[in-house]
Design a protein around this ligand. Structure first.
Ligand SMILES: Nc1nc2c(ncn2[C@@H]2O[C@H](COP(=O)(O)OP(=O)(O)OP(=O)(O)O)[C@@H](O)[C@H]2O)c(=O)[nH]1
Ligand SMILES: [Mg+2]
Length: 368
């Protein structure tokens, strides 16, 4: 299909054209920037919300996604799901069967499920995922769910391309809580302890809450809520003694507590929710939390702020890509590098000197 036909098809909201457009963008085929440019005016205009769901393998992300799909469909909303699986690079497509099942399962025209091939993503997986989400956004889906497997930095970066990031943990997986301890996942907006029908779920939920509390300098808030009167022990509050007991002070090491720490009104306190996705339990609370986070982003201006930052980042990325291509393809940079390589190799010149020379030449406008 020619590019014009794809663009025209997108305007008609034709699903085949959508699939083609996504392939073009995903693989950065010729004209991918034209597709995105064509769609730009429509991106973010239909009020689409992007939701990132990440967590260790088998945590129940897809089950949770299926539950969310049901809720959103009941509200009359349309949905797109992007299933990204960076680890399939290493597992050699072991999850492919699952993906195909997922795609085949969707016969509802209001739901569009797409898996992302992740091998050798040129623009970086997070950027590519975001660009694919842009296409779906412009196409008019009300909700875009980005599901990614894993709890590493890459997965987080992908999930963070959404406005709201959900981290799904389960009692049996040590991974999630370990990365949370390492601070990687501190950045989620909503935490879900799924499989709460299993032993250890309550304990995990408390651990996560304590960990988030400690990071906020607000430990044990679930034990002694701000508004509740605190029992007094030896003239100190319960919170003080607990804080002392774990060897922390909550006021930057002064050893004095200045009373309860109340988060500023414009700060989001990520909730830690319990769900049993397989039995559809706790989903309502999750939907409520997602709505609350969206409202928070809107109220504090963070939605708009974020949008502008992303547009600036995107523009920079496109300029960088073009400049890089221009330098190496259109100027004498490569030629000069080839000429100097022997000297660099023999130690008579450093790569830095040669780079400076190349840049000088580029700046003085020497093109081939
Ligand atoms: N006991 C219990 N099992 C659940 C729950 N939610 C999901 N499961 C089961 O856990 C298994 C994995 O669920 P998925 O939804 O495929 O998990 P996932 O996180 O999408 O898995 P990957 O995409 O492979 O990482 C399935 O067998 C589900 O039926 C739950 O709340 N409780
Ligand atoms: Mg899954």
């Amino acid at each position: 299909m020619r590019l014009e036909a794809i663009l025209e098809g997108l305007d008609r909201r034709d699903l085949t054209s959508l699939a083609r457009a996504i392939s073009v963008v995903e693989n950065q085929r010729d004209g991918f920037d034209r597709v995105l440019s064509h769609l730009h005016v429509r991106i973010g205009r239909g009020g689409a919300r992007r939701l990132g769901i990440t967590g260790p393998p088998g945590a129940g992300k897809s089950t949770l996604t299926a539950q969310l799909i049901q809720r959103f469909r009941a509200q009359g909303l349309t949905l797109a799901v992007i299933a990204v699986d960076p680890t399939s690079l290493f597992t050699g497509g072991a999850l492919l069967g699952d993906r195909i099942r997922m795609e085949a399962a969707s016969t509802d025209p209001g739901v569009y499920i797409r898996s992302m091939a992740t091998r050798g993503s040129l623009g970086g997986l997070a950027t590519t995922t975001e660009e694919v989400a842009d296409v779906l956004d412009a196409f008019g889906f009300d909700r875009i769910i980005i599901e990614t497997v894993g709890v590493g930095q890459t997965e987080l970066d992908i999930a963070r391309t959404a406005e709201t990031t959900v981290l799904v943990l389960v009692p049996e997986s040590g991974d999630g809580i370990q990365t949370l301890k390492a601070g990687v996942m501190e950045i989620a907006d909503v935490y879900v302890v799924n499989k709460s029908d299993r032993p250890g779920a309550d304990k995990l939920r408390q651990e996560v809450e304590v960990m988030l509390g400690i990071r906020r300098g607000n430990a044990f808030r679930h034990i002694a809520p701000h508004h509740a009167p605190r029992p007094r022990l030896d003239g100190r509050t319960l919170k003080d003694s607990l804080t002392v007991a774990v060897g922390r002070t909550d006021r930057g090491g002064t050893g004095q507590s200045a009373g309860p720490t109340v988060p500023p009104a414009d700060e989001w306190e990520a909730p830690v929710l319990a769900t049993v996705a397989a039995k559809s339990e706790g989903i309502e609370a999750l939907v409520t939390a997602l709505d609350a986070h969206h409202t928070y982003l809107g109220r504090t201006g963070k939605l708009e702020e974020r949008r502008r930052r992303r547009l600036a980042e995107r523009t920079r990325a496109v300029v960088n890509r073009a400049v890089r291509q221009w330098v190496w393809d259109e100027t004498r940079a490569e030629e000069l590098l080839t000429q100097r390589l022997d000297e660099v190799s023999s130690g008579n010149r450093s790569p830095y000197e040669v780079a400076a020379e190349i840049l000088d030449q580029v700046k003085t406008g020497a093109t081939r």
